[in-house]
Design a protein around this ligand. Structure first.
Ligand SMILES: Cc1cc2nc3c(=O)[nH]c(=O)nc-3n(C[C@H](O)[C@H](O)[C@H](O)COP(=O)(O)OP(=O)(O)OC[C@H]3O[C@@H](n4cnc5c(N)ncnc54)[C@H](O)[C@@H]3O)c2cc1C
Length: 375
């Protein structure tokens, strides 16, 4: 976006991963051996062509007074403007056996490659966690023909985010595809050939994937003295408390223009749009970040699209035959629609996004009326 907006000065990207920038969201959708190369975000040569310098290495410190970042190898880089987008890292499961070589997490392309290699030797997999990553991983492993068991403390997967009905529909879809669920249940240890559950059951497993959530990578911002609030606190222009430093993506907590709440979300499209707004603001545009959060998740042929942000709600309404894997779910609090989740109704979800952006409750009511859907 900096180049698209006509900026001709230096751009340096500092990243500790050795792969060229890639799409993380495809990593959990398939473990087919050819799926990783499709993850690259740009063709080879793009960064050189646009004079974007990518430097590999871990940034160890950020000195806001001298406007410099220091890499772990001691090299320093000066900046006029800085975007912090350090993302998140998987929460590690602290039970005996969690460091065994057949136990994986999934955040990076390197993790993805390790799972693909492990799956090639495996027959039985256990996935710990039944949220988006856990379920997508389960579906992808099932797609390779493995026997897959999912263990999680939830009664109904995804119910805390999508509500019980939509959660149950996604759950059923996975069961129909042959996934075995152990709910509500937790693992107490992992052995070379099995996962031991709290109820004493032993699930044979030659591959284990842990998907129990992520935590934002805040160490750099914290040590630099930036104002934090369970994330890096930014204003509506995505500026942190330190002049010239912006934050975006999984680490940023921003004032949501639609609800007034201070929110942090871990979604691809939000990270992408915030990066674009931060770029324009680095060039002096003073553009408010007011996009409505959006994410999608895919489970076999069921694609869920979710627009808005509802950490809790006092009213949940379902529109359409969800059991037949179609419909919309509206999440409301104090008579205000906070979010709409849609299954196989992509046009409705786009319309809901426009209505949420405009705070147009009348349009939302029409859309979500039992006969209001266009499909
Ligand atoms: C497997 C998977 C599937 C997903 N699927 C979906 C989906 O279907 N839909 C959806 O909306 N979202 C999905 N997400 C979430 C989405 O990918 C994230 O919200 C998004 O990547 C966040 O972007 P980001 O730039 O904030 O952080 P990241 O993409 O995590 O990038 C942060 C980068 O900073 C680097 N870094 C961190 N600290 C340092 C340091 N000190 N020095 C140098 N480099 C550093 C990291 O190596 C990394 O390259 C998925 C995530 C995963 C892992």
């Amino acid at each position: 976006m900096l180049r698209r907006e006509g900026y001709e000065g230096r751009i340096t990207m500092l990243d500790e991963e050795t792969d060229a920038p890639y799409d993380r969201t495809v990593l959990s959708k398939s473990f087919a051996p050819d799926s990783a190369p499709k993850a690259a975000l740009r063709p080879a040569g793009f960064y050189a062509e646009h004079n974007i310098n990518i430097i590999r290495g871990k940034v160890a410190a950020l000195d806001v007074s001298s406007r410099r970042v220091r890499l772990a190898d001691g090299a320093t880089h000066a900046y006029d403007a800085l975007l912090l987008a350090t993302g998140a890292e998987p929460v590690r499961l602290d039970i005996p056996g969690h460091e065994l070589p057949h136990v994986h997490v999934l955040r990076s392309l390197a993790d993805h490659r390790a799972i693909v290699a492990g799956a090639a030797q495996a027959k039985k997999a256990v996935v710990l966690g039944a949220s988006f990553i856990g379920l997508e991983v389960a579906a992808a492993l099932r797609g390779l023909g493995l026997e897959v068991h999912v263990v999680a403390p939830d009664e109904v997967p995804l119910a805390k985010v999508l509500g019980p009905e939509l959660g149950a529909m996604v759950h059923r879809r996975h069961q129909e595809k042959g996934i075995h669920f152990h709910l509500p249940q937790t693992a107490t240890s992992i052995e070379a050939e099995a996962v031991v559950l709290k109820n004493g059951e032993r699930l044979p497993a030659d591959l284990v994937v842990v998907g129990i959530g992520v935590r934002p990578r805040l160490a750099l911002a914290e040590a630099a003295g930036l104002t934090m609030d369970k994330g890096v606190l930014v204003n509506e222009f995505l500026q942190t408390s330190s002049p010239g430093i912006y934050a975006a993506g999984d680490i940023a907590r921003w004032p949501d223009a639609h609800t007034g709440a201070s929110i942090r979300v871990e979604h691809w499209v939000v990270a992408q749009r915030q990066g674009q707004t931060a770029a324009r603001n680095m060039l002096g545009h003073q553009e408010q970040f007011d996009a409505v959060p959006f994410f999608w998740s895919k489970h076999y042929n069921v694609s869920v699209r979710y627009v808005g942000h509802a950490e809790k709600w006092d009213e949940l309404t379902t529109h359409g035959p969800l059991a037949e894997r179609q419909g919309n779910v509206a999440f409301r609090q104090n008579d205000k629609t906070l979010a709409v989740a849609s299954v196989q109704r992509d046009v409705d979800n786009l319309k809901a996004e426009v209505a949420l952006e405009a705070n147009d409750e009348a349009a939302l009511a029409k859309l979500l009326h039992p006969s209001g859907s266009l499909h």
